[in-house]
Design a protein around this ligand. Structure first.
Ligand code: MG
Length: 484
């Protein structure tokens, strides 16, 4: 009798589970039919573009009418940060919503991945593309990847349905023989006008296949945009996520014939203006296709300007220093959000980071946040769509695997500073840390550590709490192939 009862109860629970599975599948199907309420997402990521390089961010001789217009119709953020001051870790932070030191995409030995690197972004990491795929999005990565060029790590193995691009930086696979210790820097300073496409044997990949080598970089900005437009047209009927990462204006600078010699800022300006023109083509497409109101476009850059390359590098405007450093110029970026009728037009002085896009987009797409790992983002929705404030009050500035500086509210403490792009860069530990009020002194000129020991104590407490929860993954950037 008892066994019979147990068997009946067991059968009933099996039926219940089956019903639950069927209901969940039905509910998910209904959710997908909710489109067009589920917004499309486009992230446009420039490479090494500085805080001061756009018209709307104050550049006096670079003309960027399309990005300026997006900033006026949407939101221009003035305290927006990336997860690291160089390419690979910054891109890992954007796509995983996590500090790069958590995924192993941070190293004190090799700051980025190179063509002879062995590893890439671990497959256990959840990229924004994988996250959005769980709720039915189509996904494409067009442009620079730089999270592992081996087939195993390419975008198509990280949640993207489609990939077209150069898998790492456009200055890699150098074919020139460089003379002396300053040879590399001479390329961008003395010789920068004489560079040839053949000097950089970088591959152009479609999905997993190399289709061109060396990639013609004169036309790469236009071709990335052509591919993006084609892909949007093919995928516009269901929710989509496009990650468009231009390789430029990272050196070497190459512009197309149409833009060469047209900017008052020289070749760097030509390149930025060509990017602006092509962003405009995407905006026009969205407007013409009736997609603008249901698409959120974000434009930002992976890290600050490469100042060492002199006239070939950009400008951080009034911010101190640039790429590779934990000064503001290295990690604070121009950031524009555009979605007419949805995003409240304003200049936003609250803090945000690229890692917040993961949380923000997940919420908008009704995708459940990963619960099995530490995430570093917040939902920016209250600022984007209403008069709410950003809940972000802290920014952590890592260089490689070490925490160099922390911002809490208006105050930033530098515990370590270090030179960059010189032989044996000098590393200095500061005790007490250098302290700046970034609201009053965005250029980090006046150390006020002596006047505000209580602020330093508060920041030190934030650091202790941060460190107590931090689990660093092993360094995956350092390992290189022996030959090549
Ligand atoms: Mg970069």
């Amino acid at each position: 009798m008892k066994i019979k009862k147990m068997f009946r109860a067991y059968s009933l629970s099996v039926v219940w589970i089956l019903c639950l599975v069927l209901f969940t599948e039905w509910a998910m199907a209904q959710e997908l039919e909710d489109y067009p309420r589920k917004p499309n997402f486009i992230i446009i990521f420039a490479d090494d573009l500085g805080y001061g390089d756009l018209g709307v961010y104050g550049h006096p001789t670079i003309h960027t009418p399309n990005l300026d217009r997006m900033a006026i119709e949407g939101q221009k953020w003035t305290n927006f940060y990336v997860g690291a001051s160089v390419c690979t870790p910054s891109r890992a932070a954007l796509l995983t919503g996590r500090l790069p030191v958590r995924s192993g995409m941070a190293s004190n030995k090799s700051r980025v991945l190179f063509p002879n690197s062995v590893n890439g972004l671990p497959l256990e990491e959840i990229t924004l593309a994988e996250q959005l795929k769980t709720v039915g999005y189509g996904t494409a990565c067009i442009g620079k990847w730089h999270l592992g060029h081996k087939e195993k790590y390419l975008p198509t193995n990280h949640g993207f349905d489609y990939y077209y691009g150069i898998p790492y930086s456009n200055d890699m696979d150098l074919t020139r023989k460089l003379e002396g210790p300053t040879g590399y820097w001479d390329l961008w300073t003395k010789e920068y006008k004489n560079l040839e496409i053949a000097d950089f044997n970088v591959p152009l990949i479609r999905n997993k296949t190399i289709i061109e080598r060396p990639a013609n970089q004169h036309t790469i900005t236009k071709r990335y945009t052509d591919e993006s437009i084609k892909w949007i047209e093919q995928n516009k009927k269901s929710p989509f996520f496009l990650y468009l990462a231009y390789n430029l204006p990272h050196v070497p600078l190459f512009a197309s014939e149409e833009f060469m010699g047209t900017s008052k800022r020289g070749l760097y300006g030509d390149v930025v203006e060509e990017i602006d023109h092509n962003v405009g083509r995407i905006i026009t497409l969205l407007e013409n296709e009736g997609l603008a109101e249901n698409t959120i476009v974000v434009f930002t850059s992976d890290n600050g300007p490469w100042i060492k390359t002199e006239i070939s590098g950009g400008s951080a405007g009034l911010l101190r220093d640039g790429k590779g450093t934990t000064w503001e110029g290295g990690m604070r970026e121009p950031c524009i959000f555009w979605s007419p009728g949805n995003i409240k037009p304003k200049v936003v002085m609250d803090m945000g980071t690229t890692m917040d896009l993961f949380s923000t987009f997940s919420k908008l797409a009704s995708a459940e946040m990963p619960a099995d790992r530490e995430m570093d983002g917040i939902d920016l929705g209250p600022v984007l769509f209403s008069d709410g404030k950003s809940s972000r009050n802290e920014v952590f500035y890592y260089r490689g695997r070490d925490l160099y500086a922390v911002r809490v509210g208006a105050y930033k403490a530098h515990f370590i500073t270090q030179e960059v792009y010189v032989h044996n860069p000098k590393r200095v530990e500061h005790n007490p840390p250098l302290l700046y009020n970034l609201d009053e002194d965005p250029s980090e000129r006046f150390d006020i550590s002596e006047k505000f020991p209580e602020v330093i104590a508060e920041i030190e407490q934030v650091v202790r709490e941060h460190n107590s929860k931090m689990i660093k993954a092993p360094d995956l950037l350092a390992l290189k192939e022996k030959t090549k």
